[in-house]
Design a binder for this molecule. Structure first.
Ligand SMILES: C[S@@+](CC[C@H](N)C(=O)[O-])C[C@H]1O[C@@H](n2cnc3c(N)ncnc32)[C@H](O)[C@@H]1O
Length: 182
């Protein structure tokens, strides 16, 4: 696994909490022209073919709770990349003065939601890009390919961007492979 450290020049994006431009650049370079890309908790970002956020003022293609969206038929397909950048907690979104009403306090406090996300990734994601330290436990089918430590300076938290890639097929895929060929 590789690790890079990114220093300085990390002015906030469109609002505090949005992808800083350098992070956006790293993500865009990683995904290249790959498609389809699913972006969960997408906020003001326009990265991704399908973007999901509860905030009607966001640039999401689907205004929905991520955990509901994961059950929609449109979600259940193979995604080359799934990007996730949830809030740490309600306090953070309040403190940052984000527009709109959010209630993400339970995002990862609730292990059932964490499991839902983990199971979804196992079935449908080839690669995951996750920003920040609160990341659900993903299965052993994923290998951590690279980590970026993002130093924003001053008293700000160091942010962590991670890239995980599926190295093992989930069991359901093996079952399909066992089907006799015509
Ligand atoms: C840290 S911000 C994402 C910032 C994004 N990377 C950008 O560049 O704008 C987290 C986003 O998650 C959204 N959010 C929080 N809980 C959610 C949920 N359960 N379902 C969907 N979106 C949620 C918030 O509305 C917020 O826009």
């Amino acid at each position: 696994m590789k690790a890079d450290i990114v220093f300085g020049g990390l002015h906030d994006g469109e609002y505090p909490g949005a992808f800083p431009p350098k992070v956006e650049k790293i993500i865009l370079k990683l995904i290249g022209s790959d498609t389809p890309v699913l972006h969960l908790f997408s906020g003001s970002s326009e990265i991704g073919d399908v973007r999901v956020d509860t905030n009607p003022e966001s640039k999401a293609t689907h205004t929905a709770n991520v955990f509901d969206f994961l059950k929609f038929p449109v979600a259940k397909r193979e995604w080359k990349w799934v990007i996730g950048d949830p809030d740490y907690c309600d306090e953070q979104s309040k403190r940052l003065g984000r527009k709109g009403q959010f209630n993400s306090g339970k995002v990862f406090a609730d292990w059932r939601d964490e499991r839902k996300l983990s199971a979804f990734m196992d079935s449908y994601a080839r690669n995951i890009i996750w920003l920040d330290r609160r990341m659900p436990g993903f299965s052993q089918n994923f290998e951590r390919k690279k980590v970026w430590l993002i130093f924003q300076g001053g008293w700000r938290n160091v942010r962590v961007l991670q890239w995980l890639s599926k190295t093992m097929l989930p069991l359901s895929d093996y079952d399909q492979l066992k089907e006799p060929r015509p």
